[in-house]
Structure formats: C-alpha cells, structure tokens
Design a protein around this ligand. Structure first.
Ligand SMILES: Nc1ncnc2c1ncn2[C@@H]1O[C@H](COP(=O)(O)OP(=O)(O)OP(=O)(O)O)[C@@H](O)[C@H]1O
Ligand SMILES: [Mg+2]
Length: 457
C-alpha cells in the first residue's frame, strides 16, 4: 500500500475506470473528475499527490487547466495524456510545468513508471526545500547565505555595529556582493527596526532631483515645485537612511551632506528654517573612497564622517564553498519559480562554478542560475547550461581569437541535433527505438529532444 492520492481528469469513463483500476491495484488511492471545472475544484479543496490530465475535456483543455494551476500556484506533479501526433501539446504542457506526458493509448506499465518517478522527484524536491530552510537557519543571516570565514566575520561585524544605533556605517565591496542586504541587516538588527528605512540611490538620480529627494522643497522653490514636499531626511526621522552609490555624489552635495551629518539639522530647498532629525546613515559604494579622496573627487572630511564603522563585503570568489551553497539556494528558488525539475548540479558544473572568478559576484551567480533553469530541462544542471565559458578568460587566447573554439562548440551541438533527428526519422518517431539506435536511455533521449527543442520547429 503506497497511499498516495492520484487525481484522474478525463472525460472518458472507460479510461477513468481502467486507469483507476490499475492504479488502485498498484497501491494508490484514486479520485477522478470528468471535466476541467470538477478537477479544478477538487484541486482547490484537496491536495492530491499527483494528477493525470487529459488534453481534451468537455469544458476546456488540459493546457488551460495547467495555466489555471499556474495562476493559483498549485504545485503538484501533472502527467499529461496526449494524442500520439500532438507533440506540440506535450511540449507546451512541459513548458507549463507538467512533469511528463504519456501518449494515448496509454501503456499502463509505462504510466506507473512515470508516476513513480514524478512522486519520487516531488518528494526529493520537498526534502531539498526542507534542507535548504534548515541550512538557511544555520548558514544564513538576515537573508544572506554564507558559512565561510569571511562571511562569518562580516555577520559578526554587522551584529556589533547594528547595536550602536546612532553610528554611521560605510559598506564597501565589489558590485553584487550584497551591500544592500547588509544595509537592511544593520537596520533591522538595530533598535530602529520599527522605524523607517529609506534608500536613496545616487547613481539613479539627477543632481536637482537628488537635492529635493533628500531634503524636500517648499512650494515654488523651483519651476516644477508646485507644492511642498518632504524629503527622505524628514520622512526617515528616527529611522535609517541608506545612501547607495555614495561615490557618485557631486561636490556640492558632499558639502550639504557633511553639514547635515555635523549639525543633524537641514533645510528644505527654498526654506529658511532648520529641521532637526535623528537619523542613522548607512552609505555604500563599490568604489574606493580613499582613492577618490586622493584624486580630490571626494571630500576627506566627509569620508571620515562616513567611515566611522566599516563593513567589508568579501568578493564571491573568496567565499570557498559558499559559492555552491548559494548556487543550490538559487537553483531551488528558480526551479520552483519556473516549475522545473532540477535537483542539483553535475560534478563538472560544480567544478565550473567553483573555478569561475565571478566578477559580478552573487548577482552574476544568481543571474547565471536563473538563465540556466529557465532555458534548460533536466535533473542536473550541466556545465553548458551555465554559459560561463563565454566570459571565462581562456587558456588559449590565440585559438579564441581566431574563433576556432566557438566554431567547434557550435558544430558539436549541431552534430548531436542531426544524430537525434536522423535516429528519430529512421525509427519512425518511436522514441524507444531511436534511443536504442543511439545507445542511450530513453530518458536521455527525451531530455536531448527537449534540449534541442526538436518539437518546437
Ligand atoms: N549572501 C547572499 N545570500 C543570498 N543572496 C544574496 C547574497 N548576497 C547578495 N545576494 C543577492 O545578490 C543580488 C545582489 O545583491 P545586492 O544588490 O545587495 O548587491 P550590491 O553589493 O548592492 O551590488 P551593487 O554594488 O551592484 O549595487 C541580490 O539579488 C541579492 O539578493
Ligand atoms: Mg547595491
């Protein structure tokens, strides 16, 4: 007795009966529905472990059902029943997150194998989610994953700095290392956590906008100032202001900022009276402020005012095994988001990830995993999915310069595609026969078919 509940949605009574009979014999509990609506309302009220879904239903299609499920975020494995000549439906169903498809007339043994696989994959996915949650508890810190020494030191620094809730903080580190997350951590671990945290990004705003954004303005202070407006310094009173990309601010603003920091008061643009505020300032930059000070692009006095407590974000390439921890974390995030079935990385892919230098740090890693999951199918992420070779400095610059490497990579991919096409043609599209011809398993064949999008043509 296995006990998992399977919902069969099919309008043909005979199919429901025969399938149901087989599945009960195999130890499953079975419920069935005749229409899309019936099936959907069952899904909403109960939580079956798996659904077998027919494409053509009296009140809609299986594809519509999958779309509805996606909207409602119902995530149970679905096996689609499709007509043998409707590979387009199968491909679309897989894209919408179906676990697999089985063609009609249904071979019951094949279906039970697919069901078992789907249930196992789902169980594994749940286990991974649980594990990652546990991991986050022990390896994470305010949404930041990391267990390496440099990260532990950084978490320690944040804890200490957060406690002295008036101290100005400067966060430095390369692009994509998590400076914004660190700023949030400082705020939410401080006793200002119930009060506002407001962010100003200096690289995103023009000079005049920045001034009124920071300090607000009186009505008529400048042409567009049709009404009075409060600035961030006023709105964030008793809280924290995060000044992002502080290295980008103009000399004029540097003076104004210095003045606010020294006097703890400021004026709205166009106003004469001073407003007093209690604010903690956290500033961040990926530039070297010392260098900017030496080049006289950044005021030394402001630099010293900002750099009271310093948090240094280590670059990703110095975080050892955290890279894999993060990769697995992001893999799970996007696998769930895009309804895919990845459960890990091939050993080669792990090695690729570990050896890459990650100039864009965590952001680049996150993007690479997102792209890999979105564009590919399978159990394990392969090195090719990561597309890191394009950015990786090559050991043979001469060959790279002539474009030979690129060419041979393309032709290998093309060769594989041609081999698949020929085998499928010679096997009359019978996938088992084609797989035997190619001496690969049927699973591998189906995976390669998806990879090359052979049914998309
Ligand atoms: N330790 C971490 N754990 C999980 N996610 C992280 C971690 N560090 C960064 N991220 C994620 O990486 C991305 C980049 O982080 P963030 O925006 O904080 O970087 P940044 O240092 O501010 O970069 P930039 O200098 O380019 O503004 C975000 O999506 C963030 O959630
Ligand atoms: Mg940032």
């Amino acid at each position: 007795m296995r006990g998992e509940t399977i919902l069969i949605v099919d309008d043909e009574k005979l199919i429901r009966w025969s399938l149901g009979h087989k599945l009960v014999k195999a130890g499953f509990s079975v419920v069935d529905a005749e229409t899309m609506d019936q099936g959907f309302s069952y899904l909403l009220d109960h939580e079956p472990d798996l659904m077998i879904l027919d494409q053509l239903l009296p009140d809609g299609t299986g594809i519509e059902m999958l779309e509805r499920m996606k909207k409602e975020n119902i995530q149970i494995p679905v096996i689609m029943l499709t007509a043998i000549d409707r590979s387009d439906v199968a491909v679309q169903a897989m894209k919408l997150g179906a676990f697999d498809y089985v063609t009609k007339p249904v071979n019951h043994e094949e279906l039970i194998i697919v069901i078992t696989k789907a249930l196992e994959a789902t169980k594994l996915k749940r286990q991974i989610a649980h594990l990652l949650k546990e991991q986050e508890k022990s390896y994470g810190f305010c949404g930041m994953i990391g267990a390496s020494l440099p990260m532990k030191k950084m978490f320690d620094d944040i804890l200490k700095i957060a406690k002295s809730s008036g101290t100005t903080v400067l966060i430095t580190g390369e692009s994509g290392t998590g400076k914004e997350l660190a700023a949030k951590a400082v705020h939410f671990l401080s006793d200002r956590r119930e009060n506002p945290l407001m962010t100003v990004n200096f690289s995103a705003l023009t000079e005049t906008l920045i001034e009124s954004e920071l300090f607000g303005h009186e009505k008529g202070a400048f042409t567009d100032a049709r009404s009075q407006r409060k600035g961030v310094f006023e709105l964030a009173d008793t809280g924290t202001i995060f000044l992002d990309e502080i290295g980008d601010i103009s000399p004029k603003l540097q003076v104004k900022l210095l003045r606010v920091m020294e006097q703890k008061t400021f004026q709205r643009v166009g106003a004469t009276s001073e407003i007093a505020v209690d604010i903690r300032i956290i500033a961040a930059t990926n530039q070297s402020l010392e260098a900017l000070v030496r080049e006289e692009k950044f005021r030394a006095d402001l630099y010293y005012r900002l750099n009271v407590a310093n948090i240094v974000m280590p670059p990703l390439r110095e975080r050892g095994d955290d890279i894999i921890l993060l990769a697995e974390y992001f893999l799970h995030e996007f696998d769930t988001k895009f309804h895919k079935h990845f459960r890990g990385f091939q050993p080669d892919a792990k090695a690729t990830i570990l050896h890459y230098t990650w100039p864009g740090n965590v952001r680049e890693l996150r993007n690479a995993i997102e792209r890999a999951v979105l564009l590919h199918e399978g159990d394990l992420v392969e090195p090719d999915h990561l597309e890191l070779f394009r950015h990786q400095p090559t050991a043979e610059p001469a060959a790279a310069a002539t474009g030979k490497i690129e060419e041979s990579v393309v032709s290998l991919v093309e060769m594989e595609k041609q081999a698949l096409l020929q085998a499928l043609e010679r096997a009359g599209n019978n996938q088992s026969r084609a797989a035997r011809m190619l001496k690969i398993s049927r699973d591998t064949l189906r995976y390669r078919i998806k990879k090359h999008r052979l049914f998309d043509r």
